[in-house]
Design a protein around this ligand. Structure first.
Ligand SMILES: Nc1nc2c(ncn2[C@@H]2O[C@H](COP(=O)(O)OP(=O)(O)OP(=O)(O)O)[C@@H](O)[C@H]2O)c(=O)[nH]1
Ligand SMILES: [Mg+2]
Length: 224
């Protein structure tokens, strides 16, 4: 419970046994519920997560977006916070984000990884891809979003009933932000966080996912 609001943290994981241990170790006491959505990991992610107090949900169908939708269906908190299981997003920054969320009186807060302060955290290729995708989303939807690909968001769970979330893969990250931006009454905000290098192996396929995300943006824009 944080200032009268119950808090659910959702973490999608695909073979993140190293990272998830650090994420859960650093989880603040005020978080009411931690849901780890495991997608057929072949390592001990689910055992580590369960032994450290998380609720582990198994989603058989692969995909980052798919896993989030499964996690959302299980969540009970007033406010949902998301992050990766690789310990690249600041678990110790959750209270900073919640304070900003309440102070700014927004309904969806995006945690921007920019400017990148830890140079090892993001390669030049990823940096360029992220900037390109964020620029494309901002132009297509007429709203400035600095980090359309960030995986750390804070939002009111009540928003989910008004969102049309279709992406099953990595494009889910931009889709949920678009749905928040287009929401009739929800207020959208964005603040900067300290992003650091991940534990374990990257699951993103930069060229494939970059092109799919760009294609998804165009389809979502022109389907409207
Ligand atoms: N459940 C589930 N989790 C996934 C899937 N693909 C990726 N993830 C998780 O989603 C998070 C984001 O994937 P990453 O590989 O970290 O992608 P990224 O953050 O864009 O890339 P990095 O900046 O290198 O970390 C991580 O916690 C992954 O374990 C999937 O198909 N299912
Ligand atoms: Mg990551």
């Amino acid at each position: 419970m944080y200032k009268g609001q119950t808090i659910t943290v959702i973490i999608p994981c695909l073979n993140e046994e190293e990272g998830i241990a650090l994420v859960l170790r650093d989880m603040p006491e005020f978080v009411d519920e931690v849901i780890v959505v495991d997608n057929n990991s072949t390592d001990s992610t689910h055992l580590v997560a369960a032994s450290m107090g998380a609720k582990v949900v198994h989603e058989p169908i692969p995909g980052y977006g798919r896993s989030y939708k499964r996690g959302f269906a299980e969540a009970t908190g007033d406010i949902i916070i998301t992050l990766d299981g690789d310990h690249s997003y600041p678990v110790n920054g959750i209270s900073y984000l919640l304070e900003a969320f309440l102070h700014l009186q927004v309904d969806f807060l995006n945690a921007s990884r920019f400017p990148v302060r830890d140079k090892r955290a993001m390669s030049m290729k990823h940096l360029m891809g992220n900037l390109l995708l964020s620029a494309a989303m901002s132009l297509l939807f007429f709203r400035w979003v600095r980090d359309s690909q960030s995986g750390m968001w804070v939002f009111r769970r009540a928003l989910l009933k008004d969102m049309k979330l279709e992406a099953e893969g990595m494009a889910f990250s931009e889709e949920i932000k678009i749905e928040a931006l287009l929401h009739k009454t929800a207020r959208f905000g964005e603040i900067s966080i300290l992003y650091t290098s991940r534990m374990g192996e990257i699951k993103l396929n930069p060229w494939r996912d970059g092109i799919l995300n760009l294609w998804f943006l165009a389809r979502k824009r022109f389907a409207r």
